[in-house]
Design a protein around this ligand. Structure first.
Ligand code: PLP
Length: 400
């Protein structure tokens, strides 16, 4: 057998990927499964974006681009950051990669060494801890529960910072909770970070166009421009424009860091796909009414799912500010017994019970570092959400 590197053996396959695989396996066995594990939009990439890609192919945009991405795409990103988030940056302070996931991974690769700590507020996107471990760093998980709105506070941040801290990761709106930071909260976190100039902040804002809150989407770098040498702000086209398969993500950050990311990318992939970059540049600069319409669809599903879940006595759920997930608490089901006599000891047990008896697939809270919860996605039809919530209600009512 092959002796694999520790950077591989120390990490897990993404739990959401594993949950999605389980759904496929059960469906292949002929079971009817209501799938609430979905992590991507359930609608197709807009035709106009596809047409822009086809036009790019026909125009011969089919070769390597510059390592840091085409000027057209970086201009589109620069304009978007300025107009939406009040972030000023030069074109050289922008990098483009094969999805936000890759950009974040390479940013860690460019900066993290053995012994470096990365502060990750829990619940967190499942990939962050493994990305840190794969790059030799130490994830420092700080619990940010429902009592603090699932958000990092200045006190929790201050207490977690050590001389070894390299990064703190902020994900707003959050996967899995949908919680988003407002300008005041970001200002307060920024005040802590300016006192610790050795700490970088990684802002993952991939869901910031899927937004329901009554305040505008904001970014710590727009609110605290003095963090210019400390903040990396990433985003991408996957979620907002239903372009997950096109693999384009990007980030704005300090020139030295962006240059380091580009240097690694030059040896890893040379550049992201030229055709996908043309499509992404089009998506960012074209009429945005498609996004607005999608958000209204997601909003209606969020409202309905929120109402149906909260009507179940064993469950309770906060109202997300953005993204397409809900993160209900299932504390009321823990300790109860299923009709077949199994005691539910954890959110993992609860999720398995829902899958086995109700045919509803979700992802258990343990995967996101905060129990007892489970994540459900609203990137599926209203019919599926309503049917799934009815099944969950039945399954909960059968517990004793
Ligand atoms: N960040 C978060 C919080 C996500 O949920 C995801 C996708 O699930 C990503 C980043 C990755 O996005 P991309 O498709 O741009 O790699």
């Amino acid at each position: 057998s092959i002796k694999l590197a520790a950077r591989v053996t120390n990490i897990r396959l993404s739990p959401s990927t594993a949950a999605a695989q389980k759904v496929r396996d059960l469906k292949a066995e002929g079971r009817e499964i209501l799938n609430l594990t979905v992590g991507e939009p359930d609608f197709d990439t807009p035709q106009s974006v596809k047409d822009a890609a086809i036009a790019a192919i026909n125009a011969g945009d089919t070769k390597y681009t510059s390592v840091n991405g085409t000027v057209a795409l970086r201009k589109a990103i620069q304009h978007d950051y300025k107009t939406r988030l009040n972030i000023d940056c030069s074109l050289d302070e922008i990098c483009v990669g094969g999805g936000a996931k890759q950009v974040l991974f390479v940013a860690l690769m460019a900066t993290v060494e053995e012994g470096d700590e990365v502060i990750i507020p829990a619940p967190y996107w499942v990939s962050y801890p493994d990305m840190v471990i794969a790059n030799g760093g130490t994830p420092v998980i700080v619990k940010c529960g429902e009592d603090v709105g699932f958000k990092l506070t200045p006190e929790i941040l201050e207490a977690a910072i050590t001389p070894a801290t390299k990064w703190v990761i902020l994900n707003s709106p959050s996967n899995p909770t949908g919680a988003a930071y407002n300008a005041e909260e970001l200002r307060a976190l920024g005040d802590v970070l300016v006192k610790h100039p050795h700490v970088l902040v990684m802002c993952d804002e991939i869901y910031d166009r899927i937004w329901y809150a009554d305040f505008d989407a904001c970014s710590i770098l727009g609110v605290c421009p003095e963090l210019k040498n400390q903040a990396l702000v990433s985003n991408g086209v996957s979620k907002s424009y239903a372009m997950t398969g096109w693999r384009i993500g990007y980030a704005v950050g300090p020139l030295q860091l962006i240059n380091a990311i580009n240097k690694l990318q030059s040896q890893m992939s040379s550049c992201p796909s030229s055709v996908s970059q043309a499509a992404a540049a089009f998506a960012l600069t074209a009429d945005q009414s498609g996004v607005t319409e999608a958000v209204e669809v997601y909003r209606a599903r969020r409202d309905r799912a929120h109402e149906l879940i909260n009507a179940i006595p064993e469950l309770s759920c906060t109202l997300p500010d953005g993204a397409f997930y809900l993160y209900p608490c299932c504390a009321g089901a823990i300790g109860k017994t299923t009709p077949s006599g199994t005691k539910i000891e954890s959110d993992l047990d609860f999720g398995l019970y829902l899958l086995d008896t109700a045919g509803v697939a979700s992802v258990h809270g343990g995967a996101y570092g905060l129990e007892p919860y489970f994540r459900i996605s609203t990137a599926t039809s209203m019919e599926e959400i309503e049917a799934a919530c009815a099944k969950i209600a039945e399954a909960c009512a059968a517990l004793t």
